[in-house]
Design a protein around this ligand. Sequence first.
Ligand code: ZN
Ligand code: ZN
Length: 122
Amino acid sequence: MTIFRCVNCGQPITSEVMPGEPLRGPERPPGNEVAPPRMASGTFKINFDASLLIFHPDDVSGAALHSDPRRLGGCCGPAGQDGPNLVCVGCGVEVATKESDCWTDNLVALIAAAVAEEPKVL
Ligand SMILES: [Zn+2]
Ligand SMILES: [Zn+2]
């Protein structure tokens, strides 16, 4: 098990997680409701170019919504199409993008450069 901390201030950003595989592919299921989460709770997946770490939204408890409303566009939840929309609760730096609207995926993508894994398992 591992957690991810903010590299700027050391605040834990995630709960304890372990590497896992997505529950489904990148295409969201058809329909107009919020999609089921991409990842199972307690797991994360590094994206194709290692710039993002994909989480279940409930596992990212150390981040708060961005103060800039332009980052928080969406109707049923944040769409996450306007840049990072979650900040570290400790220091306020941008650490992740949440998308959970009715037409987007349902996940939180941590910015790999903004967090440090501890202890390192990969
Ligand atoms: Zn919506
Ligand atoms: Zn921080």
